[in-house]
Design a protein around this ligand. Structure first.
Ligand SMILES: C[S@@+](CC[C@H](N)C(=O)[O-])C[C@H]1O[C@@H](n2cnc3c(N)ncnc32)[C@H](O)[C@@H]1O
Length: 217
């Protein structure tokens, strides 16, 4: 029988509704991956969000750690945030586009997610505001440029709990992101470095040996 432990029908019903939404939002361009001045909510829901199986994997990871505090860079419509929030004490999430952030907040109200701290602003410009605590899980899912990914991981290190994990999205999205992932995973800090193709996981957890593993699911 299919394991439904991390499957949430209410979040998936909302995803299906958003995929047919004709609402149009202004675009805020951070130089990676956006085209045009507006985007439809349906386009964002179809193209920009982690698919359900990856949202479930992130929720399972948060439950496994277990996570008291998680950070998501790149909120978008807030659906992966909702998965993470169900398995962490407090989820902090950051979104540069205020129109998208407002929509995400309305989704969490519908889904009854009350343990989310939401910041609106460019990641670097807002960093000090959310760098006020340690995180067990840091999910970097915005601004898919190699130099930005390396900077966010380096800036995340002081915030990362010793047994915590950093998950970097879209590590094989472009040659630039591939090179950044190779650079990051070679850093001496890490014990386990896991390549799940769609994302890469890094941890300093000393209970694990230093190894590079590849998984596909
Ligand atoms: C791929 S989407 C996030 C998807 C979301 N994590 C999910 O799985 O549901 C990336 C989001 O990050 C935002 N973003 C990209 N670069 C940013 C930056 N430098 N600062 C703030 N927000 C940024 C975009 O506006 C976009 O909404």
């Amino acid at each position: 029988m299919r394991d439904t432990k991390f499957h949430y029908a209410d979040i998936e019903t909302l995803r299906s509704e958003l995929k047919t939404s004709t609402e149009v939002l202004p675009v805020v361009d951070y130089g990676a991956g956006s085209t045009g001045n507006t985007s439809t909510v349906s386009g964002i829901a179809r193209r920009s969000l982690k698919r359900p199986k990856h949202a479930r994997a992130l929720a399972a990871l948060a439950a496994h750690l277990p996570s008291q505090a998680a950070l998501e860079l790149g909120t978008s419509l807030g659906l992966t945030s909702a998965y993470l929030a169900r398995h962490t004490g407090v989820l902090t999430t950051v979104e540069g586009n205020p129109h998208i952030q407002a929509l995400a907040q309305s989704h969490w109200a519908k889904l009854g997610a009350a343990n989310i701290r939401s910041f609106s602003g460019e990641f670097d410009a807002t960093w000090e505001a959310f760098a006020d605590r340690d995180y067990d899980l840091i999910f970097i899912d915005g601004n898919h440029r190699g130099e930005a990914l390396i900077r966010y991981v380096e800036k995340s290190l002081p915030l990362l709990h010793p047994d915590g994990v950093i998950v970097c999205d879209d590590i094989h999205w472009s040659p630039d992101m591939e090179a950044a992932w190779e650079h990051l995973r070679s850093m001496p800090e890490w014990t386990l470095q896991m390549d799940a193709f769609e994302w890469g996981l890094l941890t300093r957890n000393q209970a694990l040996k230093r190894e590079h593993v590849r998984i596909r699911f």
